[in-house]
Design a protein around this ligand. Structure first.
Ligand SMILES: [Fe+2]
Length: 228
């Protein structure tokens, strides 16, 4: 099976629990991986894994760490690993293209920085050449202010989805209240203004990734646009 599109994102899960759905603030339990982990853009032999390492001190401009990818969720059978460095130019995001993998196979991955491990993510490579069936989840129009991301949670609870396709509107770019009233949800976009600049977009993606259902599903991430 050929690579489908850059907007094909794998379903995967982490095992961090205990989030409050409406609390879009930094959860100290996740420090410094407040935005969780994610993966996507799979091929038969590779997949991209992602995280963000939020610095405690913004003057700490250079962040380094390591990552591992294993065949089990205890991270004991590690088949590949590496190191990373990130900084303000990437908004402290990390994006690794992990290669040398087997087609249509689940893998587990984790990042480490300053001795702290991130939530463990699960990912899956693209189907092999002889695959005849694949099941996709489809999402779109994720308006954080207008509602909750229950569908991400629902996807997370299934094991029969090979990949998730985001058809668009992974985020919205409106100013607060500019699309739908948020009186029922009491959820607020950041920045409150329409997203225009790079800093605006970074802030908007950041607040989305503080949503616990999105983060726990980690099913999708706009890897092309959230380069940091
Ligand atoms: Fe939409």
């Amino acid at each position: 099976m050929k690579k489908i599109t850059l907007f094909l994102f794998l379903a995967f899960m982490s095992f961090a629990l205990g989030f409050s759905q409406s609390n879009l603030t930094l959860d100290p339990c996740l420090k410094p991986f407040y935005h969780g982990v994610a993966s996507g853009d799979p091929l038969q032999d590779r997949v991209i894994i992602w995280t963000r390492v939020t610095p405690e001190d913004i003057s700490n401009v250079n962040i380094s760490g390591t990552w591992k990818l294993a065949t089990d969720n205890q991270m004991s059978n590690v088949i590949t690993s590496g190191s990373f460095a990130t900084d303000t130019s990437k908004d402290f995001t990390v994006k690794i293209d992990v290669t040398g993998l087997q087609a249509q196979t689940y893998y587990y991955y984790q990042f480490y920085s300053d001795g702290i491990g991130s939530p463990i993510g699960r990912t899956k490579t693209a189907p092999g050449d002889t695959t005849t069936n694949a099941r996709f989840g489809v999402v779109s129009c994720a308006n954080l202010e207008a509602g909750f991301f229950n569908v991400y949670k629902a996807m997370n609870q299934r094991n029969d989805v090979d990949a998730v396709l985001c058809l668009g509107d992974y985020i919205y770019e409106y100013e607060t209240g500019g699309y739908e009233p948020n009186t029922a949800t009491q959820r607020f976009w950041q920045p409150a203004t329409e997203t225009i600049t790079l800093a605006d977009y970074r802030a908007r993606y950041s607040v989305y990734h503080l949503d616990p259902d999105l983060r726990r599903n980690q099913s999708i991430i706009s890897l092309d646009s959230y380069l940091g």
